[in-house]
Design a protein around this ligand. Structure first.
Ligand SMILES: Cc1cc2nc3c(=O)[nH]c(=O)nc-3n(C[C@H](O)[C@H](O)[C@H](O)COP(=O)(O)OP(=O)(O)OC[C@H]3O[C@@H](n4cnc5c(N)ncnc54)[C@H](O)[C@@H]3O)c2cc1C
Length: 320
């Protein structure tokens, strides 16, 4: 069988990719992690809901993870971007990946842990507040703004639920409906819990030039509302170009095609795994870690099966 350079190549060194590398390194697998260094929560100064790391820096967590991996001789972490991944042209299961630098590597298994990107609604000033005063997840960033003035800006009807989650944390929540035709039940629920509904369109998020923080929200008629924090639901798009090129099967959920994986992250393509936010919008840091952990052990188990088959095939038979 053709000898690949690596047992496993992991594309993406966020919470999912590094957790998988840890499991594989502990199984004495030769692992290359290629990471472009742009985890989804990179703009957040603190992360929350991560037991043992609550209110700490997400980048510090990843740096600590990378430092822990240096204990394992067979793991190499390289900065870079993988631009293509193709199956090996042999009978053996395996892949070749090419980096933007032109570097090429081969491996017996491939794990894609490239996360997703948040496509924000096109409101001037919003991107500059993202991760600091504008957020998505009430569990991640809600408690810090308890009792403050919260603006929930609609992108679709699910934001009404986001507004209700924020109402658990503050009595001062305004829901900016952005011309959305709210279902009657959602409207009744918002009104019943004292959530103001603003139908004038938000046209700008106004920053505070002195502090760099948030001042408020400008409406289409020029009115400005003060706000301490903004919650929106961006369109979440998996960074899955490589998966698509490898023809991994997907399933459509809420208008987005997500790769179909089993609980260990195994796709329908032999030898190809996916873990973390690339495979689900539901992933927080602990969930991405768990997915990476399961993928790491799943891939090692799969390699062990292959190792057994190879060993059996290489064992001389005593047919007598
Ligand atoms: C503003 C914000 C705040 C958040 N706060 C919290 C919080 O408080 N608590 C919490 O639990 N969750 C939080 N999250 C969610 C959290 O960021 C994700 O759940 C988590 O990052 C998912 O981990 P991942 O490993 O799947 O992907 P990521 O962390 O996004 O890592 C993917 C990595 O893959 C790399 N990559 C992508 N493509 C390539 C390529 N082709 N080649 C090489 N590398 C590539 C990226 O650069 C990145 O480093 C927050 C998200 C956002 C947007």
């Amino acid at each position: 069988m053709q000898r690949t350079e690596w047992d496993v190549i992991i594309v993406g060194g966020g919470s999912a990719g590094l957790s998988a590398a840890l499991m594989l390194g502990r199984s004495r697998r030769r692992v290359l992690v290629v990471d472009a260094g742009e985890p989804r929560n990179r703009s957040a100064t603190h992360m929350h809901g991560v037991l043992g790391h609550d209110h700490s820096s997400p980048l510090d967590l990843l740096a600590a993870g990378r430092a822990e991996l240096t204990r394992y001789d067979d793991i190499v972490i390289e900065s870079g971007t993988v631009v293509s991944a193709t199956p090996l042209d042999t009978d053996a299961i395996g892949f070749e990946v090419v980096l933007e630098s032109g570097e090429r590597h081969t491996a017996r298994r491939l794990l894609l842990a490239t996360g997703l990107r948040d496509e924000l609604p096109d409101i001037p000033g919003l991107a500059g507040q993202w991760g600091r005063n504008a957020a998505l997840c009430p569990y991640c960033d809600g408690w810090e703004v308890r009792d403050r003035r919260i603006a929930v800006i609609a992108t679709d009807a699910t934001n009404a639920h986001q507004a209700q989650l924020m109402r658990q944390l503050s009595p001062q929540v305004t829901f900016y409906s952005q011309g959305l035709n709210l279902p009657a039940a959602a409207r009744t629920g918002l009104e019943a819990r004292g959530i103001a509904i603003e139908s004038r369109t938000v046209v700008e998020i106004v920053g505070d030039d002195e502090t760099g923080g948030l001042r408020g929200i400008r409406l289409v008629d020029g009115t400005e509302h003060e706000a301490d924090s903004i919650f929106v639901a961006p369109r979440q798009v998996p960074n899955d170009r490589l998966l698509r090129e490898l023809r991994a099967r997907t399933i459509r959920q809420n208008g987005v095609d997500w790769v179909l994986v089993d609980p260990s992250g195994r796709t329908n393509v032999r030898g190809l795994w996916a873990a973390g936010n690339i495979a689900t919008a539901q992933s927080s840091v602990p969930v991405a870690m768990a997915a990476g952990n399961l993928a790491g052990s799943g891939i090692n188990g799969d390699l062990v099966e292959e190792d057994i088959a190879e060993a059996v095939a290489a064992t001389p038979r005593d047919d007598g």
